[in-house]
Ligand binder design. Structure first.
Ligand SMILES: O=c1ccn([C@@H]2O[C@H](COP(=O)(O)OP(=O)(O)O[C@H]3O[C@H](CO)[C@H](O)[C@H](O)[C@H]3O)[C@@H](O)[C@H]2O)c(=O)[nH]1
Length: 624
């Protein structure tokens, strides 16, 4: 293929009027285009995209459509670092590598890296939590929520799904309340010397932007100031029809280029171009924490892992959990090149097995004697130190190593079954870092840190036995399990769980215990809030909503719901005995029920409960 420079010189020989000669249909329409649009047209021809105009009728016909075609081209050009010229060039290179079967890890040997392994509740963990909670006021949070969630098949946005149905708190509300609780706790720990608001950025896409904004607005931003939350919308990227990176036209609208999501890696370029990073730097912030749309446990892991970043001075800290072989989470891997270079990086779940097989591990991605893969599982919660992050982005403008995954029609690899596009992942950020960068990771127990909602009931039920379901059912049950285990560790007598099956998935059902983040963010908080002699039976439900609620000598066998305003200090004691709330099985094929309910396979039958509600300031003791 002719290079751009060669083409340019041919065109200049052809003269100013000659540049469009390869596309006569376009040439006859130049008079309807603005100078900027003509520039874009010229760029497209130079980049071998003549076919885009082949069907264009004479000027005067479909002119509006032709202009909107260029409006789209302008958007695609502006939203990619280096514009469409770079996109097409990168695509050609990656498509050529893919056709040649080039291994992206050529020359690298994988080995198991060493990182920080934390044990919930021990002295080190408690110290790190305290350090992290203190540091939180210097942080900014970035939630990537542009994904459609195709595997889950839910029609709404995932952030609006309940994380658990005892209180019905949706993921976004839980995340915001956790950040607000961190804000309060962090300011308290810094001797009240601060009035900071921790910023939250949400990356949306055309698929999620409007409903995300609506969810925030109709709930008064769940208690955040509207100015504290910024939405950055990622654009999709152009689809490609062939190995020459010819842009694909939409089969339903020949004046539109087909587009698809570029992946969560867009977050870095968007943050860079938004100017927020330098603003945060001026405000004295030190950390940027990235997280995903449906992990109801995540904030239980945040304080300690931020503590690790702070004490170790990590530029990059990835949160990880023990990984089951073939689980759909990337493996954190040390890669050593034949030339001596090394990096610690996520190897995505579909690449780990081929990489291992190609480097002498005949069995590929398998569990070792611990029952887990030796490679820790990346949960895509990244903590980046702001200053080195800005320095790196100044060089890269946030561009992240991309990949392409075309589905070829046959072994000649000359045509695709359907159009493809370039993709990128946010966890690939460290790939461009110099060897001096401090890149580490923190491993925590899965029960504490990771329970995403990604799979629909049918697919979840097919997950190999022993591997996690990652469904709405398992995500909710994981919250009850974590809360039960934390209270147990704090000395509460929690009854053993029972096994049950919902939507074809066997899960362990603990008492349905929930609390608002402001009640307790860290294990030390929990220990301060529970006294001696507390117990909760397996069939029980307990929901705590109040900053200063203390449980002491309390036994629950049934349902207890406690709420109190921040100014009320309430000690709850005595014995709760009622019919409680009962989990009722439902079938996910029963169309009369809402989708949110169907996906988890149960409803909660609220038969009887004790409600304690304090709306007046003061100090109270409530004996049940
Ligand atoms: O174009 C996109 C695509 C996705 N997302 C967001 O990115 C997050 C992750 O998307 P997926 O849940 O689809 O991610 P995967 O399951 O494919 O995998 C990712 O999350 C896993 C853990 O949940 C592992 O860490 C894995 O290595 C990592 O790539 C979600 O919040 C999603 O909304 C975007 O913002 N834009």
């Amino acid at each position: 293929m002719e290079s751009t420079a060669e083409k340019l010189s041919t065109m200049s020989i052809a003269g100013d009027d000659g540049w469009a000669s390869s596309a006569p249909t376009l040439r006859r329409n130049l008079q309807i285009l603005s100078p900027d649009q003509i520039e874009l047209a010229r760029m497209l021809l130079l980049e071998g995209q003549t076919h885009l105009f082949a069907h264009w009728p004479e000027a005067g016909v479909d002119d509006q459509n032709k202009k909107s075609f260029f409006e789209q081209v302008s958007r695609l050009n502006a939203s990619y670092p280096g514009g469409l010229v770079s996109y097409i060039k990168n695509a050609r290179n990656l498509l050529a590598d893919s056709k040649a079967g080039k291994n992206p890890y050529d020359g690298f040997t994988p080995s198991v890296p060493s990182g920080e392994i934390l044990t919930f509740g021990d002295d080190k963990f408690i110290k790190l939590e305290e350090e992290g909670a203190k540091e939180a006021r210097n942080a900014a949070f970035v939630l990537v929520a542009g994904g459609l969630g195709e595997r889950l098949g839910y029609k709404g946005i995932k952030l609006a799904l309940p994380s658990e149905t005892t209180t019905g708190t949706c993921f976004l509300q839980h995340y915001i309340e956790s950040i607000l609780a961190l804000q309060v706790a962090s300011c308290k720990l810094s001797q009240g010397q601060c009035e900071t608001m921790i910023p939250l950025v949400i990356m949306t896409s055309d698929d999620t932007h409007v409903p995300t904004l609506k969810l925030l607005e109709s709930n008064s931003y769940f208690g955040m100031k509207a100015t504290q939350v910024k939405l950055l919308k990622q654009e999709k990227v152009a689809c490609l029809d062939d190995n020459d990176a010819r842009l694909a036209l939409d089969s339903n609208d020949k004046y539109r280029i087909q587009t698809k999501p570029h992946g969560h890696g867009d977050v870095h370029a968007l943050l860079y171009s938004s100017g927020l990073l330098t603003q945060w730097q001026k405000e004295g912030r030190k950390w940027v924490l990235f997280f995903q749309d449906t992990n109801g446990l995540l904030f239980k892991a945040i304080p300690a892992s931020l503590g690790v970043s702070s004490t170790k001075g990590y530029h990059v800290n990835s949160l990880a959990v023990p990984r089951k072989a073939k689980e759909a989470i990337g493996g954190i891997t040390k890669l050593t090149h034949t030339d001596g270079r090394t990096m610690v990086i996520n190897v995505e779940y579909n690449q780990l097995d081929p990489l291992l097989r190609a480097t002498g591990h005949a069995d590929g991605d398998v569990n070792c004697e611990t029952g887990f893969s030796p490679y820790p599982g990346n949960i895509n919660q990244l903590i980046l130190q702001l200053e080195p992050y800005i320095e790196e982005l100044k060089k890269t403008r946030g561009a992240i190593a991309e990949f392409v995954n075309p589905k070829y029609k046959d072994s000649t690899k000359t045509s695709f079954k359907s159009s493809t596009r370039l993709e990128c992942m946010m966890q690939d950020y460290p790939k461009t870092l110099p060897p001096s960068a401090r890149v580490g990771f923190t491993v925590m127990d899965t029960w504490l840190a990771y329970a995403p909602v990604k799979n629909n009931p049918e697919d979840a039920a097919k997950v190999p036995k022993g591997n996690p379901y990652h469904s709405a059912t398992s995500g909710e049950m994981a919250i009850y399990r974590a809360n039960s285990l934390i209270l147990r560790k704090a000395g509460v007598q929690i009854a053993d769980p029972v096994l049950d099956v919902f939507n074809g998935q066997e899960v362990v059902v603990w008492p349905r215990i929930t609390w608002k983040p402001k009640w307790a963010l860290t294990f030390s908080d929990v220990k301060k809030k529970v006294g001696n002699g507390c117990s909760i039976s397996q069939r029980s439900t307990m929901a705590v909503n109040g900053q200063n609620v203390f449980l002491d000598g309390l036994s629950v066998d049934g349902t207890l719901v406690v709420s109190a305003i921040d100014e009320a200090e309430v000690k709850v004691t005595g014995s709760v005995q009622n019919k409680g709330w009962i989990l009722k099985h439902i079938d996910y094929k029963d169309c009369s029920l809402p989708e949110e309910t169907l996906t988890r396979g149960f409803t909660i039958d609220k038969v009887e409960q004790l409600e304690v509600n304090h709306t007046e300031p003061g100090k109270f003791e409530f004996r049940c």
